[in-house]
Design a protein around this ligand. Sequence first.
Ligand SMILES: Nc1ncnc2c1ncn2[C@@H]1O[C@H](COP(=O)(O)OP(=O)(O)O)[C@@H](O)[C@H]1O
Ligand SMILES: [Mg+2]
Length: 334
Amino acid sequence: MLTEKYRPLHFKDILGQKCIPQLERKAKEFKDSLEKNDKLKETLDSKEARKLYELKTHLLFYGPPGVGKTTTAKVLARYVFGKDWQSHYIEYNASDERGIKVVRELIKKNAQTAVKKIIFLSEADNMTPDAQGAMRRIMEVYEKNNTFILDANNPNGIIGAIKSRCADYFFMPVDDKSMLKIMVTILKKEEIDFSSDFDKEQLVELAKYFKGDVRGTLNKLEQCINFDTKKLEWVDLKDYIPIKGLMLMARDGQFQDAKTQLEIAFIDNKLRYQSIIEDFYKFVPEIYPDCLESQIILFRELPKVARDCEQLKYPIISLVGFLSWIWALNHTPK
Ligand SMILES: Nc1ncnc2c1ncn2[C@@H]1O[C@H](COP(=O)(O)OP(=O)(O)O)[C@@H](O)[C@H]1O
Ligand SMILES: [Mg+2]
């Protein structure tokens, strides 16, 4: 997979994220303090050493999927621990059992070892508040040897007690220019020919298409590469279902078709629900151009859809729900 093969190894290769220089400084500070601390422990009394450990070192990464959060955590671990970084880095996904499993694992693992570690917890906002509470205690108890990095799509999904122990960093959708650069760099390394004007146009389109999600973009790019001929074979981006089109379908009564297309967009084409909601928002005025009242009803519904998408295991339920609103404003439910 291109995404794994070209996952950046150094801070400088993570493009389009303003928080990276800041994090790089943090990493340096962290590395220095580890080294200093080891020396301090030998020479000074432990009070002094402990003070250094009291630095607010846990981190919270906010941002949408596919923009470099996991990558940054790995880069940071590599920077701090060097060659042997993998034995100092653990990654968990908090959505397993809503986080309970993770908390249990962490306690088990940490009771057994005193090796300094960076523990990366993705989707921390999927943990129940109880699990987060337990997590916070673990963060405190094992603070001495462990730096936690929590990753969350939604800042509101993290309990205050954890937030107050962490420094936060915001990851943004990657801008089109950086996206293009990431793709071109990979194409060059893979020696793929993209010299035609058409290839260039399509690349510019693709850079915009996933609205800053690098993972989605690279996966799509990979589908378009013929590795035997070293040429690009564009699976037309128009194959992707434009959201406006299916909103119009729902309005005009083809609800079933619209629903199927939305499912394809979300499930097969892996369009993020955030980007679908953004499109919903953008196109509402064009779906009912002459009826402000209908627009307002839909605008009032959208924040609920967004909230539900964050909370439901299957966001598609909520997205289809919004389509049915569009339908209902133009049809009387029987
Ligand atoms: N800012 C970025 N610069 C360069 N490559 C990136 C960037 N963000 C993501 N990628 C690419 O996308 C892949 C997935 O990114 P990842 O860090 O796992 O995203 P997430 O934010 O969901 O944790 C990476 O392996 C890398 O190839
Ligand atoms: Mg991730």
